[in-house]
Design a protein around this ligand. Structure first.
Ligand SMILES: *Cc1c(COP(=O)(O)O)cnc(C)c1O
Length: 395
């Protein structure tokens, strides 16, 4: 794009014309515990069905207290990268707790999941090698694959056989298979057992980014891997994020001691960036404790998800196959999804339309997310308004 203001304005008008321009909504106050009502700048209040705060921990008093206490003690900023002088005691302890939680030898904290995925992909894959990715993998896995210099192929969504066929068609080349554990825009769970089998039989790494599964799925909240009973040998590289179910911020990679040590030595998104603030790590440590001490949060968000699905199905709302707290309602074109978003907004419900390129063309949708902090009444109210907003919008 040449440097000229009219050229920028033309790109923006094209986005407007295609109903693909994004807008930010400014929040003044997030939900207080036990409610999902957020107050926007200007004073409007909406019930939030768009955040990834599945366990309702983002506003939990224990997290807030841990963050304040740590800030008073350790300061707001880390001051440097981890390898210079920014690595703090809260980081070190959180890494040990994450390793224990995930049953891995070690864990390494990153500032964001985006950076964790770039790290894993660029360190484990390189030029001359090949990477296989699910077609609906998170953008950060795709960008990581691009940055790695490896050739990459995307297999049909959630189709483990397609991945196995690609690996078998060119034996000896596939060095890594990467997938979301729970797909961020669809809510379905990847066929991890078969992918683990394929990866192992080709000597390839399996990277599972379980941003939306950890804390929510599995008998003890260990995520999608726990659902399938997969251990560290089956899934040697586990990426988790801390800004979703754990209500805080940051991310980690968990794996063998040598994998983590190599990431520390080689991962540019680890080395060349400031360590995340210790108070953030302290809040995450509190979140890990609450999540494990209060399994009712996990049970509740899944029970509310089941309630939502039953009521929505009865009301004729077009559901997808997801049984996780991510419940997409695919409406087709971007205009239809936006129209439904606006209708819900008028009813005081915040459900965001997700449009291309975040989702494929023709698959624009409302992305409903449930939280343990919703009430039954809020869920029922959402279904009533969704039924009205979707009538006529369904392709
Ligand atoms: C949110 C998300 C990320 C990015 O994590 P951040 O910590 O928000 O950068 C990565 N992968 C998946 C599947 C996600 O949903």
């Amino acid at each position: 794009m040449k440097r000229a203001t009219p050229a920028l304005a033309a790109v923006l008008s094209q986005l407007d014309a295609a109903q693909l321009r994004r807008h930010r909504t400014t929040v003044e106050r997030r939900a207080t515990p036990g409610s999902r009502v957020v107050r926007l700048a200007g004073g409007r209040e909406l019930t939030d069905f768009s955040s990834n705060d599945y366990l309702g921990l983002a506003g939990h008093p224990a997290l807030k207290a841990a963050m304040s206490e740590c800030a008073a003690r350790a300061g707001a900023g880390s001051g440097a990268s981890h390898l210079v002088s920014g690595h703090g005691q809260e980081h070190a302890q959180l890494e040990e707790e994450l390793a224990a939680f995930t049953g891995r030898e070690r864990a390494l904290l990153f500032s964001t999941g985006y950076m964790a995925n770039l790290a894993v992909m660029t360190v484990l894959a390189g030029g001359g090698e090949r990477v296989l990715l699910d077609r609906l993998s998170h953008a950060s896995l795709i960008d990581g694959a691009r940055l790695s210099g490896a050739a990459f192929r995307r297999y049909r969504h959630a189709d483990a056989q397609a991945a196995a066929d690609l690996a078998a068609a060119d034996p000896g080349h596939t060095c890594l298979i990467a997938t979301d554990g729970v797909f961020s825009m669809d809510g379905d769970v990847a066929p991890l057992a078969q992918l683990a089998h394929t990866a192992r039989s080709h000597g390839a790494w399996l990277v599972v980014d379980d941003a939306h599964g950890l804390g929510v799925l599995g008998a003890t909240g260990r995520g999608a891997l726990e659902v399938f009973g997969l251990d560290a040998e089956a899934v040697p590289v586990l990426v988790g994020t801390l800004g979703k179910a754990f209500g805080s911020f940051g991310a980690f990679v968990a794996g063998s001691a040598s994998l983590i040590e190599l990431l520390i030595q080689k991962a540019r998104t680890y080395i060349y960036t400031t360590a995340l603030p210790q108070p953030v790590a302290a809040a995450t440590r509190a979140a890990l404790k609450v999540a494990q001490a209060e399994p009712w949060r996990r049970e509740r968000v899944l029970a509310l998800t089941a309630r939502f699905r039953a009521a929505a199905a009865a009301a004729g709302v077009p559901l997808s196959a997801s049984t996780t707290p991510i419940q997409p309602i695919v409406l087709g074109d971007a205009a239809a999804a936006l129209k439904a978003q606006h209708a819900l907004d008028e009813a005081g419900l915040w459900v965001v339309a997700i449009r291309p390129p975040t989702v494929p063309q023709g698959a624009a949708r409302l992305r409903v997310t449930l939280s343990a902090a919703h009430t039954e009444d809020q869920v029922d109210e959402l279904v009533r308004h969704l039924a009205r907003a979707c009538a006529g919008a369904v392709p």
